[in-house]
Ligand binder design. Structure first.
Ligand code: SAM
Length: 332
């Protein structure tokens, strides 16, 4: 039926993302030895796209790294910022619509671990990912769990600190939450939810339910999303037309078309605070050294086109604290 056809197209959007990421890795924008295992036919993308992939990945990496490093210092002396995480508050990360994302492996290679890292995507996507991970030492060495198991006909993976789960995010409370719970998901632990170019493909009524569930049921959570905005100006309309020609629709973009509405999707659902910025803002916040480094990677002279493109992507984040999950003796 029509919904099935639409879903197939949406699953395909991950291929695009991962090819672009590999292009940015191969040119030196990003350091990621894991991406190449997910790409059969690498292709070099234009400078504009490489810079976009770089900023997108880097911004969410930074959120994840800071989330893991932040928090209380326990009596064994592990300090935030040190790679020693054993003494820190237990934390979780949930990646909604993970596709072929490699963040868990990159973080853990840097010594940045969490109690549990959950990844969720459609079953066809997780099945492909599970095979790649299970058969490659590069991945299993990082997971480093002799009890790493495939489940549900090879569509899921379970390890001590990593779970790849299959399901439709539109059935979040009915299907996804029970699956998370069955794998040890703990609503009392500080948790980072990541959604990188995912909620935009879902009808707002379904993405709103996710945002609302997280805001209502978690003790302390940080939600970070990255997605398209500004569909109504000339460039945005062209962007949507190009996507539509490939049968890709972004239903969420009409519900959350601006930075302000991205913030309100959280604050109107009880979240404590939210902030959204566009990619131009992020780009100009790069250090001089980093700007110089990426400028040396390839010729980049489409400055105006870049600014136009970058104004159509945003990073939004929100946090919510229901109660302080730390023991009393560890509070300020
Ligand atoms: N987050 C990854 C990244 O940034 O590399 C993948 C992004 S890709 C553009 C979008 C992903 O969202 C796809 O892997 C797709 O299968 C997943 N997705 C979209 N709608 C979904 C749904 N209803 N349930 C589960 N996954 C979904």
């Amino acid at each position: 039926d029509q919904r099935m056809g639409r879903d197939e197209v949406i699953k395909g959007t991950d291929d695009d993302a991962i090819i672009s990421k590999l292009s940015a890795v191969n040119l030196g924008y990003l350091d990621d030895p894991f991406v190449k295992h997910f790409v059969k036919r690498p292709s070099r993308r234009p400078p504009l796209i490489n810079r976009g992939s770089y900023l997108r990945t880097r911004s969410l990496d930074t959120f994840a790294e800071n989330f893991i490093r932040s928090g209380s210092v326990h009596s064994d002396g592990a300090k935030p910022g040190s790679s020693q995480t054993s003494g820190q508050t237990k934390k979780q990360i949930v990646s909604l619509g993970c596709g072929s994302d490699t963040r868990y492996f990159k973080l853990k290679t840097k010594g940045l671990t969490v109690h549990k890292y959950f990844e969720i995507d459609f079953q066809e996507s997780t099945a492909k990912k599970a095979v790649v991970i299970k058969k490659n030492k590069a991945f299993t060495d990082v997971i480093a769990d002799p009890d790493l198991k495939l489940g549900l006909g090879g569509t899921e993976l379970y390890a001590k600190d990593y779970c790849l789960l299959s399901g439709d995010l539109r059935e979040f409370t009915e299907v996804i939450v029970p699956k998370l719970m069955a794998q040890g998901f703990d609503t009392s632990l500080p948790t980072l939810f990541l959604s990188e170019c995912v909620l935009i493909y879902i009808q707002p009524r379904d993405s709103d339910r996710i945002v609302e569930w997280v805001g209502t049921n978690m003790s302390a959570s940080l939600f970070v999303l990255y997605e398209q905005i500004n569909p109504t100006d000339a460039f945005g309309a062209m962007m949507l037309r190009n996507l539509r020609a490939r049968r890709i629709e972004l239903p969420g973009i009409h519900a959350y078309p601006s930075l302000k509405s991205q913030e309100e999707r959280f604050t109107s659902r009880g979240w404590l605070a939210a902030k959204a910025i566009d990619m131009n803002n992020l780009h100009s916040s790069l250090t001089e050294g980093e700007m110089k480094r990426i400028s040396g990677l390839e010729i980049f002279d489409e400055v105006e086109e870049w600014q136009m493109l970058a104004s159509h992507y945003c990073v939004a984040w929100a946090y919510h604290v229901r109660e302080d999950p730390r023991p009393a003796w560890d509070r300020q």
